[in-house]
Design a binder for this molecule. Structure first.
Ligand SMILES: [Zn+2]
Length: 101
């Protein structure tokens, strides 16, 4: 598996610590060991997905509350979504999932 250079985006072979563009891994490690941009993007995606889940839950809940035919499940469903997503977000922050090394 190849790893992209954080400076120019060219894929570099695993184990190389210098890129054709002149970028050198400051830590002296290989690209494979560098958490770098790929990890940041994964983390950002997770945060965005969970935030969207919370927002969607709030949207669905207000939709349900404003609607004429109110059902118990219509209220519990979005609340569950909000609780699960918000819970995962706060758990992630506590466990350091989102902190960059
Ligand atoms: Zn490069």
């Amino acid at each position: 598996m190849d790893n992209p250079c954080p400076q120019c985006g060219i894929m570099n072979r695993r184990g190389t610590n210098a890129c054709r563009c002149g970028y050198e891994n400051a830590a002296g490690g290989s690209f494979a060991n560098d958490p770098g941009p790929a990890q940041t993007i994964r983390t950002a995606r997770l945060v965005i997905a969970l935030s969207v889940g919370v927002l969607l839950g709030i949207l669905l809940l207000s939709w349900e509350l404003l609607g004429s035919n109110l059902t118990v499940w219509g209220i519990i469903h979005p609340i569950l979504l909000i609780v699960v997503c918000a819970g995962l977000l706060s758990a992630g922050y506590k466990l350091g999932w989102f902190s960059s090394p």
